[in-house]
Design a binder for this molecule. Structure first.
Ligand code: ZN
Length: 308
């Protein structure tokens, strides 16, 4: 059943509508919500929504509870290939829990939050931006790690980044929901403006596995083996940044273990033909982020390694 969560007027007799698909069956009372599209340039979640709906519909009798799927929390952004909410010049993931008396975007954020509150689990799927390529990962604030990591491990992802609470952005959807006792996990994977099928398939399998563990899904998980993620502990994430402006060239793929001093790539000057900087792994570890967009400036993030 398709339901409209938000409907607000646009200038010329049009409407902004944010919709969800509700799949429900059986006597189970548990509810899991899959949300995505807060950032209009992040599309990996679209494939996950599509695949998940079809996997559940093909075996509806195996569902015991409710799955709600929200593919596009920021439809204006998606329509205009814009990360934020166009015309409001803001990042939608910085205005939660919203305000019913505020601007259109704030009122939409409020309605979304109210709609999600009380769910037994919310999975908020993000891609990276167009600049960085990320392996499938979950980012959890250290204050919520004890509660959320056991669920995150069920999601068949490669890496769980538990980060310090000092770096937590207060106005994200996940933070707002977690603060009101609605467990919310943020998944980040791939690269902006693109869809990677294999990553999406792995996450769909993970979501079904989580649902099975929560008692919402009785179907088989195939293949049954779920990835055991690397879980970061402490401050072991290393950032490699550009020292020079230029064009970043690499043939290194992420989701590999790099050795200390292993070549990650180089920054070159296509005018002079010079190599401006050779970028090497400063430590042995899991290369989980790598630059996807080749134009870099001094200070641009090139890679992140989780030191092993
Ligand atoms: Zn995002």
């Amino acid at each position: 059943m398709i339901k409209t969560v938000v409907s607000s007027a646009l200038p010329i007799d049009e409407k902004l509508r944010i919709k969800k698909n509700i799949l429900t069956n059986g006597k189970g009372k548990k509810r899991i919500c899959i949300v995505t599209g807060t950032h209009g340039d992040e599309l990996e979640g679209q494939y996950v929504c599509f695949e998940l709906i079809n996997k559940i519909k093909a075996n509806m009798e195996k569902l015991d509870g409710t799955v709600e799927i929200y593919p596009s929390l920021n439809p204006l952004g998606m329509d205009s290939i814009t990360r934020g909410v166009p015309n409001f010049d803001l990042d939608m993931n910085r205005i939660f829990p919203g305000n019913p008396e505020g601007s259109m975007a704030e009122a939409a954020a409020f309605a979304i939050c109210e709609d999600l509150k009380g769910a037994d689990m919310v999975i908020d799927i993000h891609s990276s931006n167009i600049f960085l390529r990320e392996i499938p990962q979950i980012r959890i604030n250290v204050d919520e790690a004890e509660h959320l990591v056991p669920y995150a491990r069920m999601l068949n992802i490669d890496f769980i980044w538990v980060h310090e609470s000092a770096t937590v952005l207060q106005a994200t959807l996940a933070h707002s929901l977690n603060r009101c006792s609605t467990p919310t996990i943020v998944v980040e994977m791939g690269v902006g403006m693109r869809i990677n099928h294999s990553m999406g398939n792995e996450l769909v399998r993970g979501i079904l596995n989580l649902m099975k563990n929560m008692g919402i899904w009785e179907g088989e998980i195939s293949p049954a083996v779920i990835s055991e993620p690397v879980i970061s502990n402490g401050d072991n994430v290393i950032f490699l940044n550009a020292d020079k402006s230029g064009i970043f060239l690499t043939e290194t793929r992420n989701n590999t273990i790099v050795e200390k001093d292993e070549l990650i790539g180089k920054i070159v000057d296509p005018l002079s033909g010079d190599i401006l900087q050779t970028i090497k792994a400063s430590e042995r570890g899991l290369l989980f982020t790598i630059r996807a967009y080749p134009v870099v400036y001094e200070g641009s993030l090139i890679a992140r390694i989780y030191k092993l």
